[in-house]
Design a protein around this ligand. Sequence first.
Ligand SMILES: Cc1ncc(COP(=O)(O)O)c(C=O)c1O
Length: 375
Amino acid sequence: MVFQAEISLRLVPPYIESLEPYKPGKAIAELQRELGISKVVKLASNENPLGPSPLAVEAIKLHDNELHLYPNGGLELREDLARRFHLKIGNVIAGSGSEGIMSNIIRAFLCDDDEVLTSDGTFVGFYVLARSRGVKMITVPLRDFRFDLPAIASRINEHTKIIYLANPNNPTGTIFTRKEFDEFYRKVPERVLIILDEAYFEYARGNPAYPDSMQYRYDNVITLRTFSKAYGLAGMRIGYGFAHDVLITNLLKVKLPFEPGTLAQIAGIAALADTEFLARTRETNESGKASLIPALRALGLTVVGTDANFVLLPFDTESTVNDVYNGLLHRGVIVRPLRAFGLPNCIRVTIGDAGQNAFLLEAMQKVLEDAGVLS
Ligand SMILES: Cc1ncc(COP(=O)(O)O)c(C=O)c1O
């Protein structure tokens, strides 16, 4: 059989054909294979350097004999979250990562003439999902590496249906404050849905200026959170969301009925109870931040202050970014260049544990020396 591209291509809508798919950070095994080196440190995807929550791992092992049964759509996790946050189960959704829920939001609430509005330099996963729906997306430049909420509000028009805000923002690590969000919210019509993506909430919640969206609920705001970061469960694909029950009921209509998987739900419930692990995660991040940021600055780099588990490093040119990225790769360190996020002159580095941070710093120093930036 001979395949004919023209025939298949006619089946593909133009906005899908031109779509740049999400490219995850390079995998450890891939780099080990490419370079034939054994020690590789991955600081590219904001994963937890401590590994997964031990209570989650234990729970997964206890329930592996239930895999022949279909899951129940995250019912018990939703119940648990509702109890913890003093909500009704109808206000809670669980899904395959917070990105899985985001994709259901795009499917459930966007019609063809609707527009989405967000910032440049935010989570690339949202850009990909919005583009895959073929709707118009308006983006507003960052200001000092932060969401410019007044500028975003000024771009709302009669077609705006969804505004996406990540707080802390990925990849900048910056937050908008409660005061800034309150001022912004007053300018948003009720017919516009705000997605408040709080994937890094656990790292930011100690900052008194941080607006924990669960402390004030609005009918047109949906909060998204995840077990992928602070709970170390990125590989399980489990996340959750909170919103008015009308929004959740309609999201549940488009969600795949058996999502999330059995073990993902079990892991999520156990991780929520793992307060010791969460505390250790936050401490590791805080001490990593306290040592890594000054050390990177001492190498002459600009480092944007962060409320998350990663830092943004702006460089003069994209060519320096490529030199630093490739130089670090050759020394066994994977970081994330940010062209796809709309920040081609920047690199994002996940804060690791003490050993990983030291390995990064040593490699960075050598790479900067080789590039003639340091002598
Ligand atoms: C801001 C933001 N939102 C959502 C996600 C996706 O998280 P999940 O693994 O829950 O799909 C990420 C992951 O990097 C993220 O940085």
